[in-house]
Design a protein around this ligand. Structure first.
Ligand code: FES
Ligand code: MG
Length: 568
């Protein structure tokens, strides 16, 4: 029996003019105006999500990568069609980039699901772009290859290497403490990010690239090859070819999202000493697949996963060192007994085969052996308690162990503006032993869950040489930051979580050992404060309004509730 071939290429996903044949005729005639031959227009189509933008320094190489993807698609027999989506560069948006991750996911999903294409290559890289694109691909169901732009190179300057924002923050902290002059800080401004590419440390972008490769959305070595390396262009060509293979043998993004693969991703995040932001992003990616990133599970996995990668912000090296040290293959080989090796990538290859024979190690200083880890346990812990009934996280690998068991009075800032107005006040009543608290900076707050969890040490203490204090908030911190910092407190203050009721002078107890974070205020007093609390008014319109109405809490990935798959 003859079956009608499934529409593909330009015939895929017809427009609706009430006459299907006419709709396709119209589409083809307009496509002809771009100068394609009939033979080209008959080919299967690979859509290429182009996130090049003059606002996105990290994605500066997007045009040449897309050219290379197109070569790969053409050589393999497909028609490549690039299309723009929103691009999000970390430092370029107000109130913060996180506020727009879901908008990018929504935009990308709509284009992936509704333009004529049979497979896609997603060109991303900067922090929010990779999670947004993976969330989009899973929801759209379009077979998709991830292609990250790759990390920037470190630059040698005055006897040290510098790259991106770990050094940026370190120098800024020293400038605040009066150790670095205004002239010097100005000079350094031009030395911190000196090539195209994403931040060259194990920040959020690098962590998400490593996770995307572990999940099977791109080859393992593509997670770390530098942005400006010629290999990166060859990887782009290969991404195009892989997308055409996916057309012949379609694999839905959803099918990669198994519980085993999610656990693998968490193990990798931990072994990397990766960014805390990846916890929120991974929860959101998992959520699109109907899976839950359980914070208790994260904590369990953290107890049995060593940190093996010695990169900034917690260690010494840069992404280019990780790449030359053997990269993801070497890391995964070292933790292979902790992984589900039967998980498949887009080509249907098992993780076991992707890792190969273990002959990847080059530099054991950067990717450690199990016997000599950077830390015998994972970088992240989950905290629960009266201040965070639904959880909070702490990156212990970036924290000061002497502060792990702390009980102290707290100094509360009501929001980012209050923090900015008061933190450097010479009359601020603050001691080095205090706990700093920032509220109203979670996903539903107007601040949009920025990377403000790295509260600055009050200037008067910084000048006395105080380098770290316990800091607690409902927002995030940069993957490139460090300190004893409790993040993602849930429920957040903006929805009336206990954090909303904390006041200056309250006592707080942090116990990393017991995984507790307690606000030591009597119940009747909390009830009294709760009766007086009221939420901030909703934004009047637009995207801010939609976020306010729909955004979920950090443990659910701070996604929009209406974008989640219906519960089974
Ligand atoms: Fe783009 Fe850091 S600013 S990755
Ligand atoms: Mg970052």
């Amino acid at each position: 029996m003859e079956t009608t071939p499934k529409p593909h290429g330009l015939a895929n996903r017809s427009s609706n003019y009430g006459d299907r044949d006419f709709a396709l005729y119209l589409r083809r005639s307009f496509a002809k105006s771009m100068g394609y031959s009939q033979a080209m227009l008959d080919k299967p189509v690979v859509g290429i999500a182009d996130t090049g933008s003059d606002y996105n320094n990290c994605h500066r190489t997007a045009p040449e990568l897309i050219e290379a993807v197109k070569r790969g698609v053409l050589a393999a027999g497909g028609l490549p069609l690039a299309f723009p989506t929103i691009s999000i560069c970390e430092p370029s948006l107000t109130p913060c980039s996180m506020h727009y991750r879901n908008l990018m996911a929504l935009d990308t999903e709509a284009m992936l699901a509704n333009q004529p294409m049979d497979a896609a290559v997603l060109v991303g890289g900067c922090d929010k772009t990779v999670p947004a694109q993976l969330m989009a691909a899973i929801s759209a169901g379009t077979p998709s290859v991830m292609l990250v732009v790759g990390p920037m190179l470190a630059q040698s300057f005055a006897g040290e290497r510098l790259s991106a924002c770990t050094d940026c923050r370190r120098y800024w902290a020293r400038y605040r403490a009066g150790e670095v002059s205004g002239e010097r800080i100005k000079l350094l401004e031009g030395k911190l990010a000196t090539t195209a590419g994403t931040c060259g440390v194990m920040g959020t972008a690098s962590t998400m690239a490593c996770i995307a490769s572990t999940l099977g959305f791109m080859p393992l070595d593509a997670a770390s090859a530098p942005a400006v390396h010629a290999d990166r262009l060859r990887m782009a060509e290969e991404a195009g070819a892989q997308a055409v293979r996916l057309i012949r043998k379609p694999v839905s993004p959803l099918s990669l999202m198994t519980q085993g693969n999610l656990d693998n991703a968490v193990r990798v995040l931990l072994a990397l000493g990766g960014s805390t932001n990846a916890v929120v992003h991974l929860a959101a990616i998992a959520g699109r697949a109907g899976l839950k990133l359980d914070l208790k599970r994260l904590d369990e996995l953290s107890e049995t996963t060593p940190v093996l990668v010695d990169l900034k912000p917690t260690g010494e090296g840069y992404m280019e060192d990780f790449h030359s040290a053997g990269g993801m293959q070497a890391l995964l080989w070292e933790i292979r007994d902790l992984l589900d090796l039967d998980t498949l990538d887009l080509d249907g290859v098992t993780l076991r085969d992707r890792i190969g024979d273990g002959s990847h190690f080059v530099d054991r200083k950067i990717i450690r052996a199990r016997e000599t880890p950077v830390s015998p346990v994972g970088g992240l812990v989950t905290l629960y308690g009266s201040l965070a009934p639904d959880g909070a996280i702490l990156k212990r690998s970036a924290a000061t162990p002497a502060l792990f068991e702390t009980e102290a009075r707290c100094l509360v800032f009501d929001g980012l503006e209050d923090l900015a107005n008061r933190v450097d006040d010479p009359d601020l009543d603050v001691l080095a032993t205090d706990i700093l608290v920032l509220k109203n900076a979670g996903p539903r707050s107007p601040a949009g869950m920025p990377e403000a969890g790295y509260l600055p040490i009050p200037k008067k203490l910084a000048r006395q040489g105080v380098k770290d204090m316990v800091r607690i908030s409902d927002c995030r911190m940069s993957g490139t930051a460090f300190g004893t910092i409790v993040l993602h407190v849930a429920p957040e203050a903006a929805v009336g979580g206990p954090l909303a009721l904390a006041q200056t002078g309250d006592r707080i107890r942090l116990s990393v050992k017991d995984r507790r974070i307690e606000l030591l205020v009597a119940e009747d007093e909390m009830a009294r404060r709760r009766a007086q609390w009221s939420p901030a008014p909703a934004p009047a319109r637009g995207w801010d309004r939609l976020v306010h109405e729909q955004v979920t809490q950090a443990p659910q990935g701070a996604d929009l509730a209406f974008l989640l798959p219906p519960a089974e």
